[in-house]
Design a protein around this ligand. Structure first.
Ligand code: FAD
Length: 445
């Protein structure tokens, strides 16, 4: 292995500037490892962005790869609403977080236009919608923003963001906005996420502070092109149920009894799948892995996409902070609304009898009376696991989960990111890269 060369790449990665365009610009093998001795077969479980990126890198190194995916499509959580019709994929948007990442480089390389849209937000509190100018006249609102900014340097007790907020005797009028900004944006709620975790993430984050909004359709088109060879290897509609790595060859079995053997396996399934034990490992994972799995948290969520015949908000508005159970509505001038509820708010939705879409409509009506009557189209998706986040007590569990076992079993996927980029698309990609490094480094040394 050309260790110096790899470390150079790793340093770029650590700095957030992985050389993705070079990796995707040609079909030629890239000699990251000059003395490659590994000529076996790798099975990648899961065709999300981590698995696809890892598989593409392995193929580029001349490794024989097969991806096995439980659903009938690749991409995993790349979509908020996986079952949405293709013509709606250009409506659904994702945030590309940061300008120094493999994902950013990939999108630029594939000519995706990355825009930083101007934010025009409205904040619902004190019984009405407030413009930013009005909101910042309010002392409670400003204090709430100060508490959030303070998490960047927080070094107090390892308690939830909400417990810290409440300990400061902050006003309840703006708790829902605090909840969105500290919890919901991480796929959870502020009573579940750790204040220490937020501070740590801020300090180790290397992807940059720009936020670009890109349609899911554009991200998928770029990935289809960049990961074409990996996508070609996918076996769809096949859920892996057991991985036996007792022998020198690994035996992998699906829930319907299909079987494969390989030399190394890379598991990239979402954290909730690992936590609920739907993949049986033989030998079973060790105590430290099991403890790590129990300490990394992931919450369930509801996501909704709704179309109104005419926008019921001032043109140019991009986000409306609500109150109640659904606390954030991303809107546009075409009358589209995207809304999410996670963690405690998702639990509340689950406990309410009736159609979930109706709950989202009612929540909208509470802040924009009469708006629900204008909805002409709507979709809802429930996620058993949205994305992992740092709850109090997580310690270094992500590093434990990222360790390989016996040079046979490897883990990637957003939850295994140890540098603060967990819960993101680019972070998931980086774990794919790290897993490939772990596999080939040992084989080549
Ligand atoms: C609603 C929502 C909104 C988000 N918004 C953003 C955003 O705007 N910006 C951002 O950067 N990140 C966002 N994220 C996070 C980002 O989508 C994820 O971090 C990333 O997609 C995770 O990729 P992954 O490859 O680790 O996992 P996944 O994409 O989940 O891939 C894992 C794959 O494994 C498959 N699988 C599961 N079980 C099995 C099995 N037993 N056998 C075989 N295959 C299996 C799954 O079907 C899936 O395809 C969001 C996440 C959600 C849920």
């Amino acid at each position: 292995m050309n260790r110096r060369r790899f470390l150079h790449h790793s340093a770029w990665l650590a700095a957030g500037a992985i050389a993705a365009p070079a990796l995707f610009s040609s079909c030629k093998k890239t000699n990251l490892f000059e003395s490659e001795s590994f000529s076996g077969e790798v099975i990648v479980v899961g065709a999300g962005i981590a698995g696809l990126y890892a598989a593409e890198l392995l193929i580029q190194q001349g490794v024989n790869v097969r991806i096995i995916e439980s659903t009938n499509r690749w991409g995993g959580r790349m979509r908020s609403l996986p079952n949405i019709t293709n013509d709606r994929l250009n409506i659904e948007q994702r945030t590309v977080q940061g300008q120094f990442s493999a994902l950013y480089d990939l999108l630029i390389n594939k000519n995706v236009s990355l825009q930083e849209p101007p934010l025009q937000e409205l904040f619902y509190f004190n019984g009405r919608l407030n413009t930013p100018q009005e909101a910042t006249q309010n002392t409670f609102f400003l204090e709430m923003l100060n508490v959030i900014a303070g998490f960047n340097n927080y070094s107090g007790a390892d308690i939830s963001a909400l417990d810290y907020y409440n300990a400061l005797n902050m006003s309840e009028n703006t708790t829902h906005i605090f909840n969105v900004l500290t919890g919901q944006v991480h796929g959870t709620s502020s009573d579940h996420i750790s204040g220490v975790g937020l501070a740590k993430q801020h300090h180790v984050w290397t992807a940059g502070d720009k936020k670009f909004r890109v349609s899911t359709e554009a991200i998928e088109r770029a990935c289809a092109n960049a990961f074409a060879r990996a996508i070609n290897t996918i076996t769809y509609d096949t859920s892996i149920a057991s991985i036996d790595y007792t022998q020198s060859k690994i035996n992998i079995t699906s829930s319907t009894g299909e079987a494969w053997t390989c030399d190394k396996v890379l598991v990239t399934v979402p954290l909730d799948v690992l936590k609920n034990g739907s993949i049986a490992f033989t030998p079973s994972l060790g105590d430290k892995q099991i403890q790590a799995l129990s300490r990394i948290s992931i919450d369930h969520s509801y996501c909704a996409l709704m179309k109104l015949d005419t926008p019921q908000w001032p043109l140019g508005t991009t986000r409306i902070y609500g109150s109640g159970i659904v606390q954030c509505f991303d809107v546009n001038d075409d009358g589209w609304i995207y809304a999410e509820a996670s963690g405690t708010q998702a639990d509340t939705i689950s406990s309410i009898f009736g159609e979930t879409l109706d709950i989202f409509k009612n929540q909208l009506d509470n802040i924009l009376p009469g708006a629900a009557a204008h909805i002409i189209e709507g979709y809802v998706q429930q996620w058993n696991g949205n994305r992992s986040f740092d709850a109090p007590g997580i310690g270094n569990s992500r590093a434990t989960l990222a360790e390989s076992i016996g040079e046979k079993l490897y883990f990637a996927g957003e939850a295994t990111h140890t540098g603060g980029h967990h819960g993101t698309l680019h972070g998931a990609m980086e774990t794919g890269w790290r897993a490939v490094y772990q596999m080939l480094e040992k084989s080549a040394s």
